[in-house]
Ligand binder design. Structure first.
Ligand code: UDP
Ligand code: MN
Length: 278
């Protein structure tokens, strides 16, 4: 039943929360019938929680989980990604039978509720290593057992990249070969970088993209939006202003700007549940 299914994201600070605002707005625009469930950590400020609560049905405060694996993260040159282990809390949302996890740096362009027809663990290939799935968009089925097993694996084996993606790929090691039904089409996790990797394919299929994923250290909210002329000034060195990525970054800003128009509902209308990690 749709009421028992949800889109889920995670934000551990007010920075990534900007992503969850635009993502929440973009999901609402698709008239989804599913719930929007947001995991936050203590660091997210109260004014920001109020803004998030306008768009997300449920905010759950979770403890920060950190892989602490600095060596491996250094390989990725993304030391901040250890906190992505906090994603594992999503498996504790057992009030839902099925969820779609979306990174806070994704943007939904049209209704993707058909993703709930998929089973755990469904995801799209990673562009860096396509035999691994990218953990920015995935279908999963909450279960305390799975949560416990993932945490156990995190302690015993760790993650080969120091972040959640390395761990999840170790937990579902046969994703690439088990059954094609677990492979989400790339249009559900389209990275603008693909425009450079395979330009003709991007020209041919790019317009079919349903979910855009802004991977990498520079996120849409790091660029500057110029109101009035509806333009974005890109952070130097990140993308060219004539690239396809520019159009997607602008779409992100348009969604974000629409979150600033609504009047805020009082905080006490939302429940904040503190979950303790075993
Ligand atoms: N995240 C977060 N705080 C951080 C880093 C990451 O909340 O400091 C969450 C957020 O949902 C983010 C996801 O973890 O989208 C994965 O990180 P990111 O998207 O930066 O990784 P990338 O997609 O660039 O590999
Ligand atoms: Mn991401």
């Amino acid at each position: 039943m749709p009421g028992q299914e949800a889109y889920v994201t995670l934000v551990t600070n007010d920075n990534y929360a900007l992503g969850a605002l635009a993502l929440g707005r973009s999901l609402r625009d698709t008239l989804t019938t599913r719930r929007l469930s947001l995991l936050i950590t203590d660091e997210v400020s109260y004014p920001m929680r109020e803004r998030l609560g306008v768009l997300w049905d449920e905010l759950t405060v979770v403890d920060l989980l950190d892989s602490g694996d600095e060596d491996r993260l250094a390989l990725l040159t993304r030391p901040e990604l250890g906190v992505t282990f906090s994603k594992l809390h999503a498996w504790k949302l057992t009030q839902y039978s099925k969820c779609v996890f979306l990174d806070a740096d994704t943007l939904v362009l049209e209704n993707v509720d058909e993703l709930f027809d998929r089973e755990e663990l469904s995801a799209a290939p990673d562009i860096g290593w396509p035999d691994c799935f990218n953990s920015g968009v995935f279908v999963f089925e909450p279960s305390v057992d799975t949560y416990t097993n993932l945490l156990e694996m995190a302690k015993q084996t760790g993650s080969f990249d120091g972040g959640d993606q390395g761990l999840l790929n170790l937990y579902w090691p046969d994703w690439a070969t088990k059954d094609i039904k677990f492979h989400l089409p790339f249009i559900y996790n389209m990275v603008p970088n693909a425009a450079y990797g395979y330009a003709p394919a991007f020209l041919r299929f790019g317009r079919n993209a349903k979910i855009i994923h802004f991977i990498g250290a520079v996120k849409p909210w790091h660029h500057q939006y110029v109101p009035g002329v509806d333009a974005v000034v890109l952070t130097p060195g990140s993308y060219s202003s004539t690239s396809a990525a520019y159009d997607f970054i602008k779409l992100w800003w348009q969604a974000y700007n629409r979150t600033c128009e609504v009047s805020f509902i009082p905080l006490h209308n939302k429940t904040f549940e503190k979950q303790i990690v075993a």
